[in-house]
Design a protein around this ligand. Structure first.
Ligand code: GTP
Ligand code: MG
Length: 202
C-alpha cells in the first residue's frame, strides 16, 4: 500500500458539494484534537498535507485528498469541541451526519479514539450511531506513543484501549477491526494501510 501521490482536491461545506468523480473514499472522524489531520499526514508520509493544530477545532470543512489518483482520504471536523459556539456544534451533527448517510462512495469510516484517556461517552455514542446506520467502521487508537500521565488518570494506552473495547461489546456482536497508531512514531501506519488495501480500495 504505497502512496505515490497525495493531492488536496477541495474543501466542502456540505455533502452535495463534495467531489463527484465517484472514487471510493475513507473518512476520518473523532473528537477535536484526537489527531485526524496528523494521521492523514502519517498515512501519506507528508508532513503538511492536512493542516494540524494544538488547538481543537482546526478542521472545519470536509476536505478531500486524492491518493494515487484512485481513492480519497477525507478529513472531517472533529466533534465534542466544548468551546465551539453552539452553532458550530449543531452544525457538526447536521452536515457530517448528512455526509455519512448520503455519500455513496464511502467505503469505511476510521473512528479515531485517543488512547491516552479513558473511554468517552461521546466516542461510544458515535460508534453506536455509525453501527445503527450500517456504516462500516474501523477503530483507530491514536497517540499510543504517549506514556501514562497523572492528569490522564495514571493509565497506559493499553488499559484505556482494553476498557474501550470492553464497552464496545454493548453495541456490536463482533468487535470491529481496531488498530493502535502513533502519528509521531509511525506505529500502526503500515498495518492501517494494509487493512485499507484489503478493502480493495486500491
Ligand atoms: P481538529 O481538526 O481540531 O478536529 O483536530 P485533529 O483531530 O485533526 O487533530 P490534529 O491532527 O490537528 O492534532 C492535534 C494535536 O495532537 C496536535 O498538537 C498534534 O501534534 C497532536 N498529535 C496528533 N497525533 C499525535 C500522536 O500520535 N502522538 C502525539 N504525541 N501527539 C499527536
Ligand atoms: Mg484536523
Amino acid at each position: 500500500a504505497q502512496v505515490k501521490e497525495a493531492e488536496f482536491i477541495k474543501s466542502s461545506s456540505k455533502e452535495t458539494e463534495c467531489p463527484t468523480e465517484g472514487f471510493p473514499e475513507i473518512a476520518l472522524v473523532g473528537r477535536s484534537n484526537v489527531g485526524k489531520s496528523s494521521l492523514i499526514n502519517a498515512m501519506v508520509q507528508r508532513k503538511e498535507l492536512a493542516q494540524t493544530s494544538k488547538k481543537p477545532g482546526k478542521t472545519q470543512l470536509i476536505n478531500h485528498f486524492l491518493i494515487n489518483k484512485k481513492w480519497y482520504l477525507v478529513d472531517l471536523p472533529g466533534y465534542g469541541f466544548a468551546k465551539a459556539p453552539t452553532a458550530i456544534r449543531t452544525d457538526w451533527n447536521e452536515f457530517t451526519k448528512d455526509y455519512f448517510l448520503n455519500r455513496k462512495t464511502l467505503v469505511t469510516v476510521l473512528l479515531l479514539v485517543d488512547a491516552c484517556i479513558p473511554p468517552q461517552q461521546i466516542d461510544l455514542d458515535c460508534v453506536d450511531w455509525l453501527g445503527r446506520n450500517k456504516i462500516p467502521v474501523t477503530i483507530v487508537f491514536t497517540k499510543c506513543d504517549r506514556k501514562k500521565k497523572k492528569k490522564n488518570g495514571g493509565r497506559n494506552p493499553e488499559e484505556n484501549i482494553q476498557d474501550f473495547l470492553e464497552k464496545l461489546k454493548a453495541f456490536f456482536d463482533d468487535t470491529p477491526p481496531w488498530i493502535m497508531t502513533s502519528s509521531t512514531t509511525g506505529q500502526g501506519r503500515d498495518e492501517l494501510m494494509r487493512h485499507l488495501a484489503q478493502l480493495r480500495l486500491f
